[in-house]
Design a protein around this ligand. Structure first.
Ligand code: GLN
Length: 201
């Protein structure tokens, strides 16, 4: 693995990336970001958003996130933030970004033109590790799925960067990135590096 300086941030001040830390898999994301030379802030209150260049919405349970976000105007502040700043949603975080959520229908920030079907891979395939083809340079990507949603539909502005059995698993729409897997749980840092490139460009 490349741990040399070229893989790190070549900026005078590293970007500050928030990781929503209300619940779920936030610590591993913060660790990945720090390894890549970014400053990671664990975000627990809406006023913290003002310090950030970008945000990661981690995996967890999307319904629990919604419950927490419904307090203190957090949902509205986060909605405004993700509309205007680079945002990366993984698994439950991807569900929060989708315009439409199925199984069952639920509220979302509705900024990425896609339909997500929760817990879509069935019990047997609930949690597994797969190598999937990707457009990111460097060959197939290790992808860790934990009670993962499936991206059932995407709009014309959504670019598919990786797939599992013909369904998108890593997608980008302008300043927004979403993965149905957990890149923070693999040693491969390409997905986080790709997001950091989105933040600095
Ligand atoms: N099953 C969860 C949900 O529907 C997502 C799982 C995850 O984030 N690992 O919200």
């Amino acid at each position: 693995m490349n741990s040399g300086n070229s893989a790190r941030f070549e900026r005078k001040s590293a970007p500050t990336i928030g990781v929503l830390a209300l619940q779920g898999a936030f610590e591993a994301h913060a660790q990945r970001l720090r390894e890549l030379g970014a400053a990671a802030v664990l975000v627990r209150t809406p006023d913290q958003l003002t310090e950030l260049d970008a945000v990661i919405l981690p995996g967890g349970e999307s319904t629990t996130f919604l419950k927490h976000l419904e307090r203190n105007g957090f949902f509205e502040s986060l909605h405004e933030f993700v509309t205007t700043h680079p945002t990366f949603g993984t698994c439950a975080g991807a569900i929060l970004l989708a315009t439409k959520v199925k199984n069952p229908e639920q509220r979302s920030l509705a900024v990425m033109d896609m339909t997500l079907e929760r817990n879509a891979y069935g019990r047997q395939n609930d949690s597994r590790i797969l190598e999937t083809p990707t457009k990111l340079p460097g060959g197939p990507l290790e992808t860790v799925y934990i009670r993962a949603p499936r991206i059932a539909e995407t709009g014309p502005e959504v670019e598919v960067l990786a797939e599992r059995d013909g369904s998108p698993t890593l997608v980008r729409q302008g300043h927004l990135l979403a993965a149905t897997f957990h890149p923070e749980l693999s040693p491969d840092t390409r997905v986080h590096r790709f997001f950091l490139d989105m933040v600095t460009k």
